[in-house]
Design a protein around this ligand. Structure first.
Ligand code: NAD
Length: 420
């Protein structure tokens, strides 16, 4: 059986590799020449820490089960076609240019009897209003009669791609009963978790709502962090104790929420309902989370009066990843530059300055991403090292990586989100 995976990113590569490992003949299709070349050499093209990915890509490419291509004609004899291209926002509305272009090419090369599964995250009603019509127009076939159609959104997160793909349950939004049945037995080959079949619209709602839920929970934690800080409390200590009360699950606050999922999925959901209702809670939560990088910048400004060099540690939106999409760290660096600071950033997974060059002569260290590699900087030895490099020992901690008491013992001025 042949599988084509269209869009070889954080979602597409692990999915392609897992189906290849399960014995399918897999062709990954992308418009990015460099990615296609790397994968064909057996190289995993992303830079973050992704347990198991490098070895798996190398193994399945070597075994001849996975190859990558720029050519959509590969879809002509595919039994299963998965679409996992990016679905970003443009302002308040989804930018479906990547999705439409991929679907047009798939539609032109679709064979009767194959199953198309869209794994990208979609605003509710997109399957009905865009995906199905584009595929039907380009293929001249009818969904449900001539080909099968489902929406099976991904739940993975950078840093845990393989584990989560294999172990997390999935929702299958099926156009008709047979599409759902086919998709379920197909996904069973790689997914150990539950495979719940529902309608296409319900699947779109589940995915966007589960990420919006998280956005709202983080916004609550962020607002409480500001409350605790202003009242002289420590939000991390408070959170631990709040969560001892049954049915409480307060999240971790921080310098903002980034990536290609949470920030835009709330907006995807809101965009789908805008003509009837303007959601209040979820858009307010989005604003709180978008405000956190600015809040951190204000903390820097409040503690660095005479300008100078500020070193930002971390550019990726989440720890141990190279993904900088919608990263709060980028907002922080740009805003600091705009305010006249000399800014130097270091991230072990993103092209940037080395740690020493970044910290040398700086008057403030801003911790924007809590990469595991940064943990050693928070030890006594690490703090000693940092202090030697810096011109003034000031730490502004956006991710609760450093311990205030130890920092102060080591002669640092310490400020942290949520720590009054
Ligand atoms: N990143 C995540 O952790 C994650 C998790 C769950 C869901 N998702 C969703 O999955 C989708 C993909 O996300 P991603 O992070 O993998 O994106 P990505 O940007 O890493 O990968 C998308 C890939 O699609 C390719 N592409 C774009 N247009 C194309 C076309 N017309 N034909 C072929 N390839 C094309 C791009 O070159 C890129 O390699 C999004 O809708 C996202 O919301 C992402």
């Amino acid at each position: 059986m042949k599988v084509c995976v269209v869009g070889l990113g954080y979602v597409g590569i692990p999915v392609a590799a897992k189906f290849a490992e399960a014995g399918f003949d897999v062709v990954g299709i992308d418009v990015d020449d460099e990615k296609v070349c790397k994968i064909n050499q057996g190289v995993f093209p992303l830079k973050g820490e992704e347990p198991g990915m490098k070895g798996l890509v190398e193994k399945v490419v070597k075994a001849g089960k996975l190859k990558a291509s720029l050519d959509f004609k590969e879809c002509k004899d595919a039994d299963f076609i998965l679409v996992s291209v990016q679905t970003p926002m443009r302002g308040d509305m989804p930018n479906y240019s990547f999705l439409k272009s991929a679907l047009e090419s798939v539609g032109k090369n679709l064979k009767g009897g194959s199953l198309v599964s869209v794994e990208s995250t979609l605003a509710p009603k997109t399957m009905e209003k865009i995906v199905k019509p584009v595929l039907e127009k380009e293929s001249g076939m009818v969904a449900g009669n001539d080909f099968y159609l489902v929406h099976c959104p991904e739940r993975v997160r950078p840093g845990h791609l393989l584990y989560q793909l294999e172990n997390f349950g999935r929702v299958i939004g099926a156009f008709n009963r047979e599409s759902g049945e086919r998709a379920k037995s197909f996904y069973k080959e790689i997914v150990k978790g539950d495979l719940d079949v529902t309608s296409m619209t319900n699947a779109e709602l589940v995915k966007t709502i589960e990420n919006t839920y998280r956005d709202v929970q983080i916004a609550f934690a962020n607002e409480m962090a500001m409350v605790c800080e202003k009242l002289g409390g420590n939000v991390f200590e408070v959170r631990k104790l709040v969560n001892k009360c049954p049915w409480r699950d307060m999240h971790l606050p921080g310098a903002g929420v980034g990536g290609h999922c949470i920030p835009k999925d709330t907006k995807l959901l809101a965009s789908s309902i805008r003509d009837f209702y303007e959601p209040v809670l979820v858009l307010t939560s989005r604003k709180i989370n978008e405000g956190m990088p600015h809040y951190l910048v204000k903390m820097v400004e409040g503690n660095v009066k005479n300008g100078g060099k500020v070193s930002v540690l971390g550019l990726a939106f989440v720890k141990d990843s190279d993904d900088t999409r919608n990263s709060p760290a980028l907002v922080i660096t740009e805003e600091l530059k705009g305010k006249g600071f000399e800014v130097c950033a270091h991230d072990p997974y993103v092209e940037s300055k080395g740690l020493e060059a970044c910290l040398k002569d700086s008057v403030c260290l801003v911790l924007a991403t809590d990469h595991t590699k940064f943990k050693e900087l928070s030890t006594k030895e690490g703090l000693k090292r940092i202090k030697k490099m810096m011109k003034r020992p000031l730490i502004v901690d956006g991710r609760n990586l450093f311990d205030r008491k130890l920092c102060e013992e080591m002669g640092f001025v310490y400020r942290g989100i949520g720590k009054g």
